[in-house]
Design a protein around this ligand. Sequence first.
Ligand SMILES: *Cc1c(COP(=O)(O)O)cnc(C)c1O
Length: 361
Amino acid sequence: MSERRPDLSVIRDEIRAIQAYAVPDSTGLIKLDAMENPFALPAEVARELGERLGQVLLNRYPPAEPRAFKDKLARAIGLPAGMRLLLGNGSDELIHLTIQACARPGATVLSPWPSFEMYDLSSRFDGCRFVAVPLAADFSLDRERLLAAIAEHRPAVTFISWPNNPTGNLFDRSTVEAVLAAAPGLVVLDEAYLPFAQDTWLPQLAHWPNLLVLRTFSKLGLAGIRLGYLCGDAAWIGEINKVRPPYNVNVLTLAAADFLLDRLPLLDGQAAVLRAERARLLERLCALVGVTAFDSAANFILFRVGGGSDGADRVFAQLKSRGILVKNRTHVHPLLQGCLRVTVGTPAENDAFIAALAASL
Ligand SMILES: *Cc1c(COP(=O)(O)O)cnc(C)c1O
């Protein structure tokens, strides 16, 4: 009998070639790597939520169409008339579903780059070609290069992160409008950081028939429940809905989100604290000799240390040895050489980070 060893040759080559999305172990560390809101719910609210969740019927499948919840969400965000919502298991799933619905053999997905890794990964999973168009050196959109790439590659879907992860900046609006005008397919504006950017394309849905706006509850403080939503013309949403697994958003997530939609001022208040902390953190980063920090409209700040990639690797390791976990972005793209990304935490966490960084340079 032959040795029992799985023959992996049926797994697609491009899947075998990549590493699984890495989530590092953060046990015992101050976690400033994943853009989470550092504030928990107040105890009284958490208790009420627990009671609400206790009433949810776990023996039943989720509703086919959570109409009341979607109407409430549409009202809360001011969804323009004639537009519809699609709910996803995080916006990650909606990125995947959008690509999947458009993934004809040979189809292309395009994005300015560096940007959110899932655009690239999801494209490859769905057998699409992914075209990464480099940003300018100051992380702005390279307008001519972007429009030339759209003309050449005719992307089925173009993703624009607004503001961009990991650079933190909002792009020039008129350049995005030029992309909307030139793109032959869908243009998805990913507004994951809306609570910190306070700048949206949602009202523009009425003007651009190929625009979709993607949002998530994750960065607002609910990363653990996994809920994102895609906004757009009913015709687009109807098509993308066809590739959605029927029960993709679970009943506990729906109940928790419904409960918290009634308490948005609480979450908005936390976001306001983080916006103020972002300004303070940026100022303190800029005051450190040997650090270049970039302005951000999100709840994270990208900064560059001296010594290129070696310098970034060294500072990352030293921060970790001092109990702080950030994200090392130096190996992701030449434009990010020497760069680390830190999530804005609580005032105490940010102070601890700055002290650790000052000692690590
Ligand atoms: C964090 C992030 C998301 C992720 O969202 P989930 O809703 O948690 O899946 C989407 N887009 C960008 C640009 C992000 O940074």
